[in-house]
Design a protein around this ligand. Sequence first.
Ligand code: NAP
Length: 552
Amino acid sequence: MASLINGTAPSTEDADGRPAAETDVDVVVVGAGFAGMYLLHLLRGHGFSTQVLERGAGVGGTWYWNRYPGARCDVRSIDYSYSFDPDLEQEWEWSEKFATQPEILRYANHVADRFDLRRDIRFETGVEVAQWDEAGRRWRITTDDGTEVTARFYIMATGCLSSSKRPEVDGIDDFRGDTYHTGHWPHEGVDFTGQRVAVIGTGSSGIQSIPLIAEQAEHLTVFQRTPNFSLPSRNGLPDPDELAAIKADYPAYRDLARQSFGGAPRPLPTKGALDVGDDERRAVYQSAWDEGGLGGILASFTDLRTSQEANDTAAEFIREQIRSIVDDPEVAEILCPHDHPFGTKRPCLDTNYYATYNRSNVDLVNLRATPLVRLTESGIVTSERHYEFDAIVFATGFDAMTGAICNVDIRGVGGLELRKKWEDGPRTYLGLMVAGFPNLFTVTGPGSPSVLSNMMVSIEQHAEWITGCVVHLRGEGARAIEATVEAEDDWVEHVREVGDATLYPKANSWYMGANVPGKPRVFLPYVGGVGPYRRICDEIVADGYRGFALSH
Ligand code: NAP
């Protein structure tokens, strides 16, 4: 693609017949997940030469890496899909309400083929350093194969949950059996038949994989530190009538999603949980539980995110469900969360999770009562005893939201290190740009709704905002844009204030950075809602990119 900014020559082929990587482009995008793919499509459409650098060997981002058994989206597929192309959304048929990882990966590959994206993606290429060149007003990006690419704009589309973490435990490399991390699952799959398996971690990844590993393994031992609230998905075939109605007027449905609180059309509650009687409240929770899905209970009353007393009613309802499903009352009690308000850690969506503890080949170890001490050659030692295993699965999560960004040594004006700037917590304007780092954009970055929303809707909004911004700069003849320190300070304060008005800061969650030792305790996403956030972003543009400085 010839650059409309630089007049770069079109790519030629390398010795293997693949397109040779251009070394100077208008835009470098890191990551070929749903964000990077859409950005590439948009930017190319506007004539910008664009190169996507992707460390995996294929597209799909989180759905490329997270191949553990049971991996599936916890947002309905009809909502977790691109809205930008009417033909694409009409032609693609999801086979389940909540699609599996293989189906979502097939969708990502279909999109890559349909829009001919692969020719501008360099796979198996990690980015190590990105340095702003003040004189040239360009980013110099160094990859792990030692090559350098320069670009006017540099976009981190690296995902919010892509820097996986293993548990902090002594002897982690001593174990001689097989170890797996849910976030880096082998592509060929794993057969646990006849094996004694351990799963450490009971977040979404653990809760999705445990029922399936239990069906295959000879014996499964789950090591739980903190119980989570998990809701039934009630997965199944999509309702054909509902699907037909949505497809008949998809634009209207998508628009509702864009203006909604969480990025999926859902009526907002009008009453508080404490404003209604016990019977009515219970009926509302029961109906949401029976319907399945993540949004139901949390969105059933206005005050569940802000009032502890209101939240307690929902939390107790879910604990009652756990006690009714799990046969052994002691096990049920260990599975009941008490340490955080419902919803302040991302609730999990499951199929048969709690019932799995009724199986005779499954045990639960409560690490609060008997903490993990170390791994050994043959298993796991807790304060109580030694357990022997053939395989250990780490379902221990991610350095969320900032991890993948800070894995790259990003240096802005005057050599300012992003890692240093964010030492006490990330500072961004709108979760899109960072003062001191011109022409660097982050997609669904800290300070934006991102992980609190349907990521597809937030990704599309950011990709469109960023593309609109670089088109605007080209029209203005501007070479750089940067968030001002004042705008960034005000936004960081606003994000904090809105977060503090909720119960979220009460939880030791990855939203708070609490799962990574030494990470500052800051509420990372913006809880103001997808629709209101979009309006703020649009108003800032309409106001001449208020809070941004353009330079020529
Ligand atoms: P996670 O929610 O952070 O859960 C990690 C689990 O590992 C927690 O139970 C944690 O316990 C435990 N753990 C971590 N370090 C440990 C240690 N040293 N010793 C013992 N236990 C330890 O990670 P995740 O399950 O991968 O999920 C992360 C997020 O990814 C989810 O919240 C969700 O947003 C997303 N996700 C989505 C889907 C989906 O769409 N279906 C599926 C998977 C993941 P503590 O709580 O005590 O720290």
